[in-house]
Write a protein that binds this ligand. Structure first.
Ligand SMILES: [Zn+2]
Length: 478
């Protein structure tokens, strides 16, 4: 067991305010007894593959370049580039256009340490947990088998545990299988210095049955029960020194489905439509961006709008991409969220929701946007590196996790934008135990009665988004 060895456990799509002692007693106790980060946030767009990549690189999309779950990419000139698909990611990787940042797997290899992944997430998300794992010879187990899994790891798990059970919602059988693979195969065979264990619940059930659905609650209980098995195993002296628990985003309720995904005039260019949408303009001049923003803010489906001029400043009626740190050359010229309820002050699983949604039936859960229900995540840690029974109100986000783990390992965080959460760390380092100064500000943009706001925290010159919302009349006045 090396210094700072860490298991990172993820509950996909778990809203912080959905964790209760009744639904998730093991997680609730873990958060209460360890370091608990009260103001932890996802990234934007709050989509899984963007979140995974931002976590594992310790940097936001503007730095690593996975700007959305699906977008327009040069390696797929005639179609959408889908990060859920292994083949698309492989194409981009071969072209050297997948990631612009070093990953945790690469950092571990460079430091002579080991990393492993055990995942029940999609093929694409599992790959982004350690995008060059195969080239580095680092073990991966995915419930999707090859090519996501390492062949020898897949063979060892199946030999030990039998065939992988089929997918379901709730996905309890697969979660239990993966938990056993983690404890009974991966740690026994590889004893990794850093290991990611990813549970795809409650996300899958929440999409289907809603944020507060009975099946979603059942999925939460199943995930928590498996987490309880991991804790008992760890407390008996097995596995890593530290355990960090996170969720990658929350979910809000979808209220009405878009009638069609064909909502952007073809004359603008190509578009990728989702709860977060990007438009890649045929004419990407500042004047054309202004015209498109002017049209967008008058549409009833339009939530927050992002666009930047050639100098990186906002286009009238939009907020600049840099405000959400999604300013990347592979990003869209103009982007927008679907209109959602105002989460400025009042929010909760019963009230904040997406007024327009894609893919899911009304009542199902959604994420991708800037509502606080989407951005508010679980983040907590226990082990010798972390303060006990410590509640931190210092805002943090997914890119801060890996820099914190690297710091507990005594390794450099150079090249990551995230901030080591030193306020929660224990040890001789002079930075440990002291909290940074936090400022808050609200950015806004208004056009044609469409008002949008973005609340940010500023820490050591860098920003974290708390939430964003729209008010005003806009198209609603018609
Ligand atoms: Zn997710």
């Amino acid at each position: 067991m090396s210094t700072g060895s860490t298991l990172l456990v993820t509950f996909d799509g778990l809203r912080r305010d959905r964790v209760s002692s009744e639904l998730m007693p093991n997680l609730f106790r873990f958060m209460d007894e360890g370091s608990d980060f009260l103001n932890s946030r996802s990234i934007f767009p709050s989509e899984t593959r963007v979140a995974v990549t931002s976590t594992m690189t310790g940097s936001p999309p503007g730095a690593h370049g996975v700007v959305a779950n699906q977008f327009i990419h040069a390696v797929r000139p005639d179609d959408l580039f889908r990060t859920s698909e292994w083949e698309d990611l492989e194409l981009a990787a071969q072209a050297g256009q997948l990631l612009d940042c070093q990953t945790m797997g690469e950092r571990m290899a460079a430091a002579g340490r080991t990393m492993a992944v055990v995942s029940t997430a999609t093929k694409g998300a599992s790959r982004m947990m350690n995008s060059s794992a195969h080239a580095l010879g680092q073990p991966v187990f995915s419930v999707h088998g090859m090519p996501v899994s390492s062949p020898d790891v897949h063979a060892a798990v199946v030999a030990e545990l039998g065939e992988i059970p089929p997918a379901a919602a709730p996905n309890g059988a697969r979660l239990t299988y993966a938990t056993r693979a983690l404890m009974e195969v991966i740690y026994l065979r590889h004893n990794p210095d850093f290991c990611v264990f990813w549970m795809n619940e409650p996300d899958t059930s929440s999409h289907k049955f809603g944020v507060t659905g009975a099946e979603t609650e059942a999925a939460q209980r199943m995930a928590d029960e498996n987490f309880g098995h991991i804790l008992a195993w760890w407390q008996a002296g097995n596995g890593p020194q530290n355990i960090v628990v996170m969720s990658d985003h929350g979910q809000i309720t979808g209220h009405a489905q878009l009638d069609t995904l064909d909502i952007i005039p073809a004359e603008f260019g190509r578009a990728s439509i989702g709860s977060f949408s990007g438009i890649y303009l045929d004419d990407a001049s500042d004047a054309r961006k202004a015209e498109v923003v002017d049209w967008l803010v008058r549409q009833d489906f339009c939530g927050l709008v992002f666009a930047s001029d050639a100098g990186g400043e906002a286009i009238d009626g939009a907020l600049p991409w840099s405000a959400v740190r999604n300013d990347h050359a592979r990003g869209a010229d103009v982007g927008f969220t679907l209109r959602a309820t105002n989460c400025d002050e009042h929010w909760g699983p019963g009230i904040d929701g997406c007024i327009f949604a894609t893919w899911i039936t009304p009542g199902g859960g959604m994420h991708g946007g800037l509502n606080r229900g989407e951005l508010s995540t679980v983040l907590a840690a226990q082990g010798p590196a972390y303060r006990r029974a410590f509640k931190s109100d210092v805002p943090c986000w997914l890119p801060d996790i890996i820099p914190t783990v690297l710091t507990t390992m005594g390794l450099s965080t150079a090249g990551s934008e995230g901030r080591p959460m030193v306020e929660a760390l224990v040890g001789a380092d002079a930075r440990f135990g002291s909290a940074p100064i936090v400022e808050q500000r609200v950015l806004s943009a208004t056009r044609h009665g469409h008002e949008q706001y973005l609340r940010q925290w500023v820490i050591e010159g860098k920003t974290i988004v708390d939430c964003g919302w729209t008010v005003g009349t806009g198209a609603w006045a018609k």
